[in-house]
Design a protein around this ligand. Structure first.
Ligand code: CP
Ligand code: NVA
Length: 305
């Protein structure tokens, strides 16, 4: 399994439609136990922000492949004391086989990738969260059989998750609708990129949650204030309230619609308890799929067999 051998994944748009589809199909086979891959490699995790799912799912995926994981906590390594990234990148390159980074600035990730020859994986930046969206696409595929032609609506902040969802949906022929309050729209460069990638499918950015949700197959939301924006959280609550994923909005989606949330969730803010725990929620499958999708990614980038 080496379709992506040696490649960086800094953005979901670093992968093309076929590469994503192959990863999803591999993830489904790994999940179903149809194939078993092994690689004796070492993954580094360099996370400048908190993480439960990404940290644990990457670690378990690597262990199940027969590899090892080193957690490079910035508080206990020299990076937290200001060692230049260009130095750290060249040193880690000599020890590790692959490095997953969670940080703020996408440019920091790009700097790492420029100075390290080993594959660098985006484990979340302020701009994108590509590994999350691989799991999301796997969850949609499991529920609808295929991706092309389905409609996904994202409600809330035009953030990292929204950006990677736009790119991933456009690449896979899905219609994507992003509904945000005015002033919280996604990055215009990402919107343009998604529109350029989409071949016939719709890429809609609107401030109207009702138009965005009507007839949609997948409703998705995320926190209203991302990591690093905690001080803004309280002030955003009244602004974002009309975009809450609640029973009323869910009732105007397609009757077979599924509900996704990347987690962690603020119940009672961006999503109600009832919707999260309701029959249309696929949130726990989605969280599990992080592990299967990332195992497929690791296997492909590391050339497991
Ligand atoms: N969804 C996600 O990336 O979760 P963590 O922040 O827990 O890794
Ligand atoms: N948008 C959220 C996603 C967390 C997985 C954040 O960046 O905090």
């Amino acid at each position: 399994m080496e379709a992506l051998k040696g490649r960086d994944v800094l953005s979901l748009a670093d992968l093309n439609t076929t590469e994503i589809q192959d990863l999803l199909d591999l993830a489904a086979k790994l999940k179903g136990g149809e194939i078993n891959l092994r690689c004796n490699k070492v993954l580094g995790l360099l996370f400048y922000k908190a993480s439960t799912r990404t940290r644990v799912s990457f670690s378990v995926a690597m262990y199940q492949l027969g590899g090892q994981v080193i957690d490079l906590n910035p508080d206990t390594t020299q990076v937290g004391r200001g060692e230049p990234l260009v130095d750290t990148a060249r040193v880690l390159d000599r020890y590790l086989d692959i490095l997953a980074i969670r940080t703020f600035d996408q440019q920091e990730l790009e700097l790492f990738a420029n100075y390290a020859q080993i594959p660098i994986i985006n484990a979340l930046t302020d701009l994108e969260h590509p590994c999350q969206i691989l799991a999301d696409l796997l969850t949609v595929q499991e529920n609808f059989g295929s991706l092309a032609g389905t409609t996904l609506t994202y409600l809330g902040d035009g953030n990292n998750v929204a950006h990677s969802l736009m790119l991933g949906s456009a690449l896979m022929g899905m219609n994507v609708r992003i509904a945000t309050p005015s002033g919280y729209e996604p990055n215009p460069d990402i919107v343009e990129k998604a529109k350029a990638i989409a071949k016939g499918s719709e890429v809609i950015v609107t401030n109207d949650p009702i138009i965005a949700v009507k007839g949609s197959n997948v409703l998705y939301t995320d926190v209203w204030a991302s990591m690093g924006q905690e001080s803004l959280a309280e002030g955003r609550i009244p602004i974002f309230q009309p975009y809450q994923l609640n029973e009323e909005l869910l009732s105007i989606a397609d009757p077979n619609a599924i509900v996704l949330h990347c987690l962690p969730a603020h119940r009672g803010e961006e999503i109600t308890d009832g919707v999260m725990e309701g029959g249309q929620s696929r949130i726990w499958d989605q969280a599990e799929n992080r592990m299967h999708a990332q195992k497929a990614l690791l296997a492909s980038v590391l050339g497991a067999n």
